[in-house]
Ligand binder design. Structure first.
Ligand code: ATP
Ligand code: MG
Length: 573
């Protein structure tokens, strides 16, 4: 997401980014291997199971699993499950499903930070014994004010000079459950005057009487992220702990723990810039709010930037991987144009999605010189990009439907579709000419009366006569009804929340439902998850919400590629 506290940068052209597939993290890995500083490469993807994965996580997954694959190492999936209040089994399950869907596999390397609770606790006692950690009774509120600011040093807690024996006793009693939530914490004893605020005696353990999805009631104190993360890396033998830039100034603390604890390995942390996309929020906290407050139908609402939402929308995992690859990995803050993401989706779907005809907003057309009851089977190409996809039959008849917007009674100059007296081509079928219109009592056109030219079967006139428009259509006798869900960006501005209230930037037009659409019969019985191109309309994915009465399709993305245009414009100067 666009961090509201941060000045918004203009959307950058990733053409200026470093060459995709080659980046500073891979350079570091290569250099470490060349110098013999590491043996096998071990990375990790460390989600906190407090929400569903989003497109930003896909960047981290592709980077961590990608590097492990490229350098013959492995990548651990590690659940960073140190805060039982926010974490749920549902999220643990969805995260695994989504990483697999994206095309990566952790094999036997699935871990949980909670597996290390005993070790982490023993190491905390080690710090206490070494005089490097103390139990502090100061209230959270007061601790905050005593921490100082960027320009002012912090103040030391009166508990900072407790004896080792006293600290050990209190810490053990914290663990034994003798104190209520928030009564005390265990802090590292580092430097309250450190320029880096993270070194001002950070908290290692807090009291939290809450059941944990995995350890149940075994613990009532839980380690903080800062204390658990590097030590988990060390336990797992992670060589390159790759995270996002907000952890940049946590690195000295990461190193401090590794230095002062009897860890079995010395991992190193490297930071890269998070993925930000225009019109998109990539923050679990805000995504959780959208779900809880019902602004979307759930974590897998196709408008959500979650992997589950994008999957339901019809985005192929290959498109996500390609998008992430083309964005590249850098340390500079940037915002990627959402059009670039859509471009990656179209590239994959253009090659793979079968073409079908669907009329979104039908207008009835009667072919007056076509006999009642007569039908004729024609041949339609499944994918012009892929001859091996073959053809399918489509059946023509006296009554068909065309797109309402493909007809204008009083057309402006540049309108080349159907109008009274005009001739157009019906895709795979015949030329038709509009002879008259039928209106209702509100003066709206409800039906067109047309004639067809039998000599134009298949779409060409033997006399060489040209028409300027080619329309898609469905036949009335075998069309299949469907509900189509058209999605627009969930937020109405490229930098949601830049003015403070992110919910105020929710777009009222993010979902448009069309209930009267008609599809060609080849789509009957299509399996949920299948993606097709509705000719001239866009890519659509069959949704599991289908009923016996009507299919349901989600618009994955329209056909107009604004990103390709931007690129062409940039090349042209
Ligand atoms: P959020 O801010 O959405 O809550 P998070 O970083 O707190 O994200 P985690 O579950 O801790 O969520 O993230 C797991 C990994 O994914 C971390 O290493 C994190 O740095 C990375 N990650 C999260 N968001 C992005 C993003 N937008 N771009 C790249 N990597 C990301
Ligand atoms: Mg995090």
């Amino acid at each position: 997401m666009v961090d509201p506290t941060r000045p918004t940068a203009p959307a950058t052209n990733p053409a200026n980014a470093p060459e995709p597939g080659r980046d500073f993290v891979r350079d570091i890995v290569q250099a470490d291997l060349d110098a013999g500083r590491v043996g096998a490469i071990v990375t990790r993807f460390p989600p906190e199971p407090n929400g569903y994965l989003h497109i930003g996580h896909a960047k981290s997954i592709c980077l961590n699993f990608g590097i492990a694959q490229e350098y013959g190492g492995h990548c651990n999936l590690r659940f960073d499950d140190t805060n039982p209040v926010k974490e749920e089994q549902e999220f643990i399950d969805s995260i695994q499903q989504d990483v697999h869907w994206l095309g990566f596999d952790w094999g036997e390397h699935k871990y949980f930070a909670s597996d290390y609770f005993d070790t982490l606790y023993a190491w905390a006692e080690h710090l206490v014994r070494a005089g490097l950690a103390y139990v502090d009774d100061t209230s959270a509120e007061e601790t905050r004010t005593m921490r100082g600011t960027l320009t002012e040093p912090g103040r030391e807690s009166p508990d900072r000079n407790r004896t080792v024996a006293e600290n050990l006793d209190l810490f053990r009693r914290m663990r034994a459950g003798e104190f209520p939530n928030g009564a005390r914490v265990l802090r590292a004893k580092i430097d309250m005057a450190a320029g880096n605020m993270n070194l001002r005696d950070p908290v290692l353990y807090r009291i939290l009487h809450a059941a944990h999805p995995r350890t149940g009631d075994a613990w009532c104190i839980y380690p903080t992220y800062d204390y658990a993360h590097g030590q988990s890396d060390a336990i797992e033998g992670v060589t390159h702990s790759i995270c996002t830039l907000e952890f940049d100034d946590h690195r000295p603390l990461y190193d401090w723990f590794i230095e002062h604890l009897p860890v079995p390995a010395r991992p190193h942390q490297y930071e890269f810039a998070r993925l930000n996309i225009t019109y998109t929020v990539l923050s679990k906290r805000i995504l959780t709010t959208l779900v809880r407050q019902g602004h979307v139908s759930g974590w897998d609402d196709p408008r959500m930037p979650t992997l589950a939402g994008q999957r339901r929308r019809g985005v192929p995992p290959a498109a996500l991987r390609e998008f992430v690859r083309s964005v590249g990995v850098a340390r500079a803050y940037s915002v990627v144009d959402v059009a670039m993401y859509e471009h990656a989706i179209r590239e994959v779907l253009n090659a793979t999605a079968p073409r079908r005809m669907a009329v979104l907003r039908p207008l009835k057309v009667v072919i007056e010189n076509w006999e009642e009851g007569r039908t004729e089977t024609l041949e339609a190409v499944n994918n012009p990009e892929d001859p091996s996809a073959g053809t399918r039959p489509v059946t023509f008849g006296r009554t068909i439907y065309i797109e309402r917007e493909d007809f204008m009674e009083y057309p402006p100059n540049r309108f080349h579709r159907l109008s009274p007296g005009r001739e157009v081509r019906l895709r795979y079928a015949y030329f038709i000419t509009c002879r008259s219109v039928v209106k209702n009592d509100r003066d709206e056109v409800v039906e067109l009366r047309c004639t067809y030219d039998p000599a134009t079967r298949g779409g060409d006139a033997p006399d060489g006569r040209k028409v300027r428009g080619t329309l898609h259509w469905v036949a009335a006798h075998d069309a299949v009804p469907a509900e189509l869900r058209l999605y627009n960006p969930l937020f109405s501005r490229p930098d949601p929340g830049a003015d403070g209230d992110i919910m105020a930037d929710l777009s009222p037009d993010s979902l448009e439902v069309l209930t009267g659409a008609l599809l060609e019969p080849a789509l009957a019985g299509v399996a949920a998850g299948a993606v097709v191109q509705f000719e001239r309309q866009g890519y659509f994915c069959a949704d599991p919400d289908a009923t016996p009465e009507a299919l349901v399709f989600n618009r994955t993305v329209g056909l107009r590629d604004t990103w390709a245009k931007v690129q062409a414009g940039a090349k042209g100067g």
